[in-house]
Ligand binder design. Structure first.
Ligand code: GSH
Length: 213
């Protein structure tokens, strides 16, 4: 299998944690996509993923799967023993619900970073909406959305050890990716979110998070 990504970026991080959790790292060939050079916006990459984002998983038969949730579902179920996406219908439903909420966090941070800050630099400016449509104001609203999301997860974690309940799941990985991205985009976690901060620190002890593939 191949993965198109760029190491150290938040969404690629999500899949690299999954690979570590499932011990699949040695089955993957990584192909680096140069995001700051806008390689992901060129026709060759858009043919792989029309949304122009990484990561993308490519199977040996050529099928290309984008979207971290879809990639995680595939990798987690490959051995018939899912540990990140739920086993029972109830577990699956809750994990997917919380995964969607976690994606609101990571996507809001991404929208703020790309639209209200210089983002990844000048090569990508051409792919943003022009200033006159209120791009920056919209971007600022995404930052507020990300901060509300942090407050929400802080409340969730007051009554359960993990984002989707009693066990570690892909939703935890997504929130960690969101907080990682927030740090990069200089969106501070609100001071009162001490439970979220403590949880994130505790998650760093997990081998897959400490050392993703
Ligand atoms: N919903 C997508 C998000 C992927 C995403 O936004 N990836 C970032 C890298 S962290 C990206 O490719 N950004 C490039 C851009 O938006 O220009 C997923 O789950 O895979």
């Amino acid at each position: 299998m191949k993965i198109y990504d760029i190491p150290g970026f938040p969404n690629p991080f999500r899949i690299r944690v999954v690979l570590a959790e499932k011990n699949l790292g040695d089955q993957i060939e990584f192909i680096k996509i140069d995001l700051p050079a806008a390689e992901h916006k060129q026709p060759a990459f858009l043919a792989i993923n029309p949304t122009g984002t990484v990561p993308v998983l490519e199977l040996d038969d050529g099928l290309q799967i984008s979207e971290c949730t879809a990639i995680t579902e595939y990798l987690d179920n490959l051995d018939g023993m899912p540990v990140l996406t739920g086993k029972s219908p109830r577990e699956k439903a809750v994990i997917h619900m919380m995964q969607k909420r976690a994606e609101i966090l990571i996507d809001s941070v991404g929208d703020y970073f790309h639209h209200a800050t210089p983002g990844l630099g000048s090569a990508l400016q051409a792919y943003k909406s022009p200033e006159w449509v209120g791009r920056e104001e919209w971007g600022e609203r995404q930052r507020d959305r990300a901060v509300s999301s942090m407050r929400y997860f802080n409340e969730v974690l007051k009554s359960q050890p993990y984002i989707a309940g009693k066990t570690f799941s892909m939703a935890d990985i997504t929130v960690l990716g969101g907080l990682m991205f927030a740090g990069f985009a200089q969106i501070a976690i609100p001071e009162e979110c001490t439970v979220l901060v403590g949880w994130a620190a505790h998650m760093q002890d997990r081998p897959s998070v400490k050392q993703p593939v």
